[in-house]
Design a protein around this ligand. Structure first.
Ligand code: KIV
Ligand code: ZN
Length: 557
């Protein structure tokens, strides 16, 4: 049993912002995205990426469309330092991409960091120091003034070193680490001091990054903190207000979304939420959430499976099968009622209409996923999913009552075989239940001849019954009725309850099989009125119908 938390934890204090504006805002354009996969994401891996994996990740991030990428913590490791050098020296940085590097606000680390950037065309230098009370009092033993001084003198050092590397177009980023746990007025004071020290202008903006280093409160609190800063910062037009949410409470995406409504311009995060502890905010989810609201995110996730595979390869960490947008199971419905609704929704969804398919917040095709993976069938599934797979994979559009009958047969199979059944196995089950019995069971079709007699339809029907050839004759209102009468002559009496025929998609089954007939019969002598379906497939619709009748008679007996 969990202990009483009230003696150990306390609620996060409410931010005094009674006229908060963010709750009525919507996000109408994407933020500036900054990927920190190669820094925050990398430092938190069991095995940080080697140079080859870092390059693979960098290339992918550029292809996705990130224009700002934090590539390293160069003063922290030789691998990171060398990686920055190879990006610059071997000319790997696209013209429209700016690399960013992180350093603590400490002199020798800043000097080493600036060295790593020699020759870069553009660079963002990201300095940080922790600002919250526990860090000031316990970790560093510093007063507020000393913490401000640490930040300001570091900015001045970056400025003077930058002046000696004029070939580079410099941007400064400053993070008051542990911002969300810092008194807001102190966070404001230190941020304003940095803006001032850098000499930020509207043409040379400073990036002020306000991290939820540890997520400590509900997302609305982060939004309040950001709106408060947005409204109080000096020279707001000279500042790019950036977010860096972590996911300790599992609400980083929500926090980032609300904080964007609150006035932020930029978001730092990682692919699929990699990063320290529970991760940085997941940029893929954020971007695709925007996409599903009709806002183009400016990042290309049209082949999300390929991106997922590259991220898994580089990080050596698996993506959860239920991870939003990318997980193996997120476009999959096992429940019968979900499958039914999806099938109906997909059937009426027009290419040029607003997306409105039940249970699918995004068209799987938009992220390179196919409908094939949408419907999966297990013992919980109903007729909808089975019908969908039969139609999409094999071109067989089953009548609703056959769907119900066949779903029961599939369920028996999944119950006794314990688990999921794939489309090919469903087709196999369908064939052995409804089609294969036409050949090699009690009665099998051989040939027929139709003729008119006294204004009626006559038939000569050649069948094998238990391996022996029989030639049957019948007359009726049409070919099916004539066949029913022909069977009566040898003691197989049936009533036809329902008949449907469909043409099949020849690309699915091949050009030889293009008509499908469904016949539902009852036994006139059976009090219980057992209804049985038979199915026939043939290039000729008449032959398909006779085969369907034979299939039903076989199943009845
Ligand atoms: O989470 C954090 O606070 C950081 C800073 C270095 C920006 O990663
Ligand atoms: Zn971080």
């Amino acid at each position: 049993m969990l202990q009483d938390p009230s003696t150990k934890y306390q609620p996060f204090p409410v931010i005094k912002l009674n006229d908060r504006q963010w709750p009525t805002k919507t996000i109408t354009s994407p933020p500036i995205w900054m990927s920190t996969d190669l820094r925050d994401g990398n430092q938190s891996l069991f095995e940080p990426m080697n140079a080859q994996r870092k390059m693979q990740m960098f290339t992918m991030l550029c292809e996705i469309g990130f224009k700002e990428i934090e590539v390293a913590f160069p003063a922290a490791s030789k691998t990171d330092f060398d990686f920055v050098r190879s990006l610059i020296e071997d000319d790997h940085i696209p013209e429209d991409v700016t690399i960013e590097v992180l350093t603590q606000a400490r002199e020798h680390l800043i000097i080493r960091t600036m060295e790593s950037l020699k020759g870069a065309k553009k660079a963002i230098v990201h300095i940080y120091n922790a600002t919250s009370k526990p860090f000031r009092d316990v970790v560093f033993g510093m007063s507020k003034d000393e913490v401000i001084n640490m930040a300001v003198s570091s900015v001045q050092l970056v400025k003077s070193l930058a002046a000696k590397q004029p070939e580079t177009q410099w941007t400064l980023e400053y993070s008051p680490e542990t911002f969300t746990a810092t008194e807001l007025d102190f966070a404001l004071e230190i941020c304003n001091a940095v803006t001032e020290a850098w000499g930020a202008t509207s043409d040379n903006k400073v990036i002020l990054n306000l991290p939820a280093t540890v997520e400590v409160a509900t997302p609305n609190v982060y939004a309040d903190q950001i709106e408060w800063m947005h409204r109080h910062l000096d020279r707001r037009d000279s500042v790019i207000l950036s977010l860096h949410p972590h996911n300790d409470r599992g609400t980083a995406v929500a926090a980032a979304e609300l904080a964007l409504m609150a006035g932020a311009d930029r978001v730092e995060g990682c692919m699929f939420g990699h990063g320290e502890r529970t991760g940085n905010v997941d940029i893929v989810t954020l971007a695709l959430n925007l996409y599903t609201q009709g806002v183009s995110p400016g990042l290309d996730f049209s082949d999300i499976d390929a991106i997922g595979r590259t991220v898994e390869e580089c990080t050596q960490l698996p993506i959860h099968p239920r991870h939003p947008y990318v997980g193996d199971l997120v476009f999959t419905a096992f429940s019968g009622s979900h499958q039914d609704a999806i099938k109906k929704g997909l059937a009426v969804q027009k290419d040029d209409a607003i997306w409105a398919v039940p249970y699918l917040p995004i068209d799987p095709k938009d992220v390179g996923r196919s409908y094939d993976s949408v419907i999966r069938v297990n013992s919980q599934s109903g007729k909808g999913g089975i019908a969908y797979l039969m139609e999409s994979e094999y071109g067989v559009v089953m009548p609703r009552r056959l769907q119900v009958e066949f779903a029961g047969i599939v369920q028996q199979h999944t119950d006794s075989n314990d688990g999921e059944i794939i489309a090919a196995d469903i087709w196999q089950l369908f064939s052995t239940t409804y089609l294969d019995n036409v050949v090699g069971t009690t009665i099998s079709y051989k040939s027929h001849r139709l003729y008119d007699e006294d204004g009626k339809q006559g038939i000569d029907l050649n069948v094998d019954i238990n391996g022996e050839s029989h030639s049957l004759k019948g007359q009726g209102n049409g070919p099916i009725d004539a066949s029913v009468q022909a069977f009566k002559t040898i003691g197989f009496s049936v009533n036809v309850r329902n008949y449907e025929e469909r043409s099949m998609n020849s690309t699915v089954m091949g050009s030889d099989a293009n008509a499908c007939a469904f016949i539902q019969i009852t036994d006139p002598n059976d009090q219980a009125i057992k209804e049985v379906y038979g199915v026939g497939i043939d290039p000729s619709i008449i032959t398909a119908s006779i085969k369907a009748l034979i299939s039903a008679v076989n199943r009845m007996n």
